[in-house]
Design a protein around this ligand. Structure first.
Ligand SMILES: [Fe+2]
Length: 281
């Protein structure tokens, strides 16, 4: 039907032999979901999708989700332009720390689709880390901490209480709503979650949005979270994607962390992003 070539031993696969500009049959859609749940990030090259084809692909994996706090493109409320202009220097880039997208929502996104339009010849890679592998290899003392425990997530970059200093803010091309008290609400999620389809367990903690463990203060949680994060992003759990124009990546936001590398000052980079929440297939 199509070929699936793993990128590493732990995470990621490149899929060839499918043209996502054409209608996607039920049979192919099902196989793509299975590939995503297994490899957690899948990439297709040379697709050059328009927005309607990107949304059709997104719907293979769930319902298209509109994100709060980030302004969509003018053309489509379901699409975010992930853009850094060539003229933007010394700014944090959107996603420039390991994270799971919007983990502070009551119902976080199940995954996202990134569609590369304009990318540097080199630089601007994205990394993903498999949090199921990280959980499975977690040392016993840390496992004891996370097992059966909730963690607290807060939309820090968007809220009032933790608003970042101006100089560390994300690229100005990404228009974000700041200072919303709603983003300061504490949301509980289990520190270990189970994938609804694969049944695989994974750590669900990240340094952007997780503030502490339930039943512990920020200060008590900090050294434990730090030790866990250090483990979570070990190279054995990671893959790194070098973008090319027309490349499309789909990832599972529950079982992975990702990181956007900001090493391409002076070059314009534009990707379109859509987001989805799971529906039972
Ligand atoms: Fe992200």
């Amino acid at each position: 039907m199509f070929d699936v070539k793993p990128l590493t031993g732990a995470i990621g696969a490149e899929i060839t032999g499918v043209d996502l500009n054409l209608p996607i049959s039920d049979r192919v859609a099902k196989a793509l979901r299975v590939a995503l749940w297994r490899h957690l990030i899948i990439v297709f090259r040379d697709q050059f999708l328009d927005i309607s084809a990107q949304k059709r692909l997104t719907e293979v994996f769930g319902e298209v989700m509109r994100l709060p706090y980030v302004e969509p493109t003018n053309d489509d409320p379901d699409v975010i332009a992930v853009l850094k202009e060539a003229s933007e220097h010394n700014v944090g880039v959107f996603g420039g720390e390991w994270h799971s997208d919007f983990s502070f929502l009551e119902r976080p996104p199940s995954g996202s689709v990134l569609n590369a339009v304009e990318v540097p010849d080199y630089g601007g890679d994205t990394l993903w880390a498999n949090q199921a592998s990280a959980y499975e290899a977690l040392p016993a003392d840390l496992r004891k901490i996370v097992e059966g425990r909730d963690a607290i997530h807060v939309g820090k970059p968007y809220g009032v209480k933790y608003a970042p200093p101006k100089e560390s803010r994300a690229a100005s091309s990404i228009r974000m709503t700041r200072g919303d008290p709603d983003a300061d609400r504490e949301i509980h999620h289990p520190a270990v979650i189970e994938h609804p389809h694969s049944g695989r367990k994974a750590l669900f903690l990240n340094p952007i949005y997780t503030t502490r463990f339930d039943g512990m203060s920020d200060a008590e949680s900090a050294p434990l979270l730090e030790a866990i994060y250090k483990h979570c992003i070990r190279p054995e759990f990671c893959c790194r994607l070098r973008w090319s124009p027309g490349a499309v990546a789909v990832w599972d936001n529950r079982m992975t962390l990702h990181y956007a590398v900001n090493d391409y000052d002076g070059v314009r980079r534009l990707l379109y992003r859509t987001t989805f929440v799971d529906v039972r297939h």
